[in-house]
Write a protein that binds this ligand. Structure first.
Ligand code: HEC
Ligand code: CU
Length: 336
């Protein structure tokens, strides 16, 4: 019994690293052009370096075997058939040639992959602006029809098969933007904007993550990514562009007090810019940059005690009676 359990534990431990080879946050399961280019480059490097590794080990084994055979055949130590100098002059050019050839393959491969990262030379089909904040993501879509910027947070939607150019910036410290299944990573630096192209090729949900340590809640700075058909994307964007549902409930009135100072709810008086846009917050998958699943209960928990769920977050605990927090959570859950 105990033996079987130990064996099972060993198998699990050995297999654990393989879990990184697939899933919604893995560069080894590419679902976009840029991630495919990078994973091909990874495969090329793995093969070239793997072959070199095997050749070097084989050479060492062969040399050891020859030395052993010679010393057992001629115990007097009177040398073999060939002088070491002659062996060197014959093998060195071959080894040098192999090194140059291997490095050339790697250099060409990495230039090739680098060029593939910028898909479109001209104007991209869609422009998105993502700004890193400690510890959440402000996301703005450029609407080509009106020229307006449509704002949301912590959830990135991308149309399948088209290139979205994302302009990355930061409001405070250096963050880094990474959706491993779709593209490589790029830093978000205060005072400048970096551009990254995303061309997704598979529909579904993926996960993005900040990959530059940016403070205590760095690990809780994630975002959901939805790749959907261009038609579904247009429907979603139109929904995001619309103002929030009008409400005269108690929750809406309570929200207009302290919460409105930091949060925008378009179509109402709430215009604070310090926190995420909440116009359609209930339509998102998660709360507080991937920290909690979007449920009515988690919304209420977050409102009552954000500092317990994400210690250090810039959202303070606003004093509310349980009945008031309940009403505010009802209001937020209605913002779809
Ligand atoms: C001082 C500014 C401030 C005040 C006041 C404030 N918030 Fe926040 N809020 C934030 C910030 C900043 C975040 C992002 C926190 C994070 O993810 O680290 C946030 C996050 C949220 C989120 C999660 C949004 C998302 O997309 O994940 C909700 C919901 C929310 N706040 C509701 C409220 C409500 C309701 C009130 C009033 C009771 C309130 N906030 C008061 C700053 C504030
Ligand atoms: Cu960060």
């Amino acid at each position: 019994m105990v033996g079987a359990a130990v064996t099972r534990a060993r198998v699990l431990i050995i297999c654990a690293p393989l879990a990184g080879c697939t899933g919604v946050q893995s560069p080894l399961a590419p679902a976009g052009d840029q991630a495919s280019a990078l994973s091909s480059l990874f495969a090329l490097m793995l093969w070239v370096c793997g072959i070199v590794y095997v050749i070097v080990l084989a050479g060492i084994a062969w040399a050891l075997w020859r030395t052993w055979r010679r010393s057992s055949a001629a115990p007097s130590g009177s040398g073999g058939d060939e002088s070491p100098d002659r062996v060197l002059t014959r093998t060195l050019p071959v080894a040098a040639g192999a090194i140059v050839a291997g490095l050339t393959v790697l250099i060409v491969g990495s230039f090739w992959a680098d060029r593939a990262l910028f898909a479109t030379r001209g104007a991209p089909a869609l422009m998105v602006r993502v700004t890193g904040h400690q510890w959440w993501w402000r996301i703005q879509y450029h609407d080509p029809a009106t020229g307006a910027w449509i704002e949301t947070a912590n959830e990135l939607h991308l149309p399948m098969g088209t290139t979205t150019r994302v302009s990355l910036g930061s409001a405070d410290v250096i963050h880094s933007f990474w959706v491993p299944n779709v593209a490589g990573k790029l830093d978000m630096i205060p005072g400048r904007r970096n551009l990254i192209d995303l061309t997704p090729r598979r529909e579904g949900w993926f996960r993005g993550q900040c990959t530059e340590f940016c403070g205590t809640q760095h690990a809780h700075m994630a975002f959901d990514v939805k790749v959907e058909s261009p038609a579904a994307f247009q429907t979603w964007l139109a929904m995001q562009a619309a103002p929030a549902r009008r409400s005269a409930d108690r929750g809406a009135r309570l929200f207009a007090g302290p919460c409105a100072a930091c949060h925008v709810v378009r179509g109402t008086g709430a215009g604070g810019r310090a926190g995420p846009d909440l116009t359609h917050v209930a339509a998102r998958q998660s709360i507080a940059a991937g920290t909690l699943a979007m449920t009515r209960g988690n919304l209420q928990g977050w409102i009552i005690q954000p500092q317990a769920l994400k210690p250090g977050t810039s959202m303070p605990a606003v004093p509310l009676t349980p009945a008031d927090a309940n009403a505010v959570a009802d209001y937020l859950a209605s913002l779809r």
